[in-house]
Design a protein around this ligand. Structure first.
Ligand code: 7PM
Length: 260
């Protein structure tokens, strides 16, 4: 899954475009490089980022979804928590909802249930504004598993069947470096929940703290994390660096097939 942010953000040191044409070009390039899914976001989840009004978010993402689908065949994921954006993006051709609030915001569950799109349920402790202020867990895996099971049950109650779901432990979302590394080491524990697992480690701060590198120079670290995640059961890797990640995962897949 390649990441395209249609925001004025510079955090990720690439992958953010306010110009729709640049965003579309980058997405098409990611598809050419082997991405199976493009994740499009119009609102930053960065702590302290400005919230974006609904109309502004729509104006950012809809032309990009339409532009990508007019140029190539790919699966489009919409990174949003707003029901209006969920519904409009699916109307424009999006196939999947990537909501860091796991459909807990007002109207989001109903908007998802009114479609047949896939849904990624991500764990976050707290909210983006405060989640990195000394996150603490009594039991890291138990807390995340409990949350994901509760959200799977909430989706089922709303009429979203389990075969539409993906789960995500939410690396960096209310987790310190130690939490993130522990999660990666024990990632296989989430496979028993049932839905395929999506993970996002690309360019994240834990990788920066390990390597002392800026976001744009964390490609090798991110590729290592992606390989470990897939070996431990992840089905989808969210990345800013598609070409390098696809190459690495081709090796993983070939070794797996040779080992059958
Ligand atoms: C600031 C904080 C800027 C966090 C960017 C981020 C994930 C995601 C993001 C993830 C899923 C980033 C993150 N991360 N969606 N959206 N899983 N499902 O580093 O890990 O891209 S935003």
């Amino acid at each position: 899954m390649g990441v395209i942010n249609v925001t004025p953000d510079s955090f990720s040191d690439g992958g953010s475009f306010l110009n729709p044409q640049a965003a579309i070009d980058m997405a098409v390039r990611m598809v050419d490089e082997g991405a199976a899914i493009i994740d499009i976001g119009g609102e930053s989840t960065r702590p302290g980022a400005d919230t974006v009004p609904v109309q502004e978010e729509l104006d950012r993402v809809l032309p990009v979804i339409e532009g990508i689908l007019s140029r190539c065949e790919t699966v489009i994921s919409i990174d949003t928590s707003k029901p209006e954006v969920i519904t409009a993006a699916i109307g424009a051709g999006a196939h999947m909802i990537n909501d860091i609030f796991a459909l807990q915001q007002d109207g989001a569950m109903a908007a998802a249930a009114g479609s047949s799109a896939a849904v990624c349920l991500m764990h976050m402790q707290g909210t983006p504004a405060t989640m990195q202020d000394n996150p603490r867990y009594d039991g890291l895996f138990g807390e995340i598993t409990g949350f994901l099971l509760e959200r799977i049950a909430a989706c089922d109650a709303a009429g979203i069947s389990a075969d539409r779901l993906l789960i995500d432990p939410g690396f960096g979302f209310g987790k310190n470096d130690h939490h993130n590394l522990e999660l990666l080491a024990g990632l296989d524990q989430f496979t028993v929940l049932g839905p395929p697992m999506l993970v996002g480690l690309s360019r994240k701060r834990t990788l920066g703290n390990l390597t002392k590198r800026s976001p744009g120079n964390r490609v090798a670290a991110g590729v290592a994390a992606a390989v470990l995640a897939v070996v431990k059961g992840a089905s989808i890797v969210r990345t800013h660096d598609v070409a390098a990640t696809v190459d690495a995962l081709k090796v993983v897949q070939a070794v797996r097939q040779a080992g059958i």
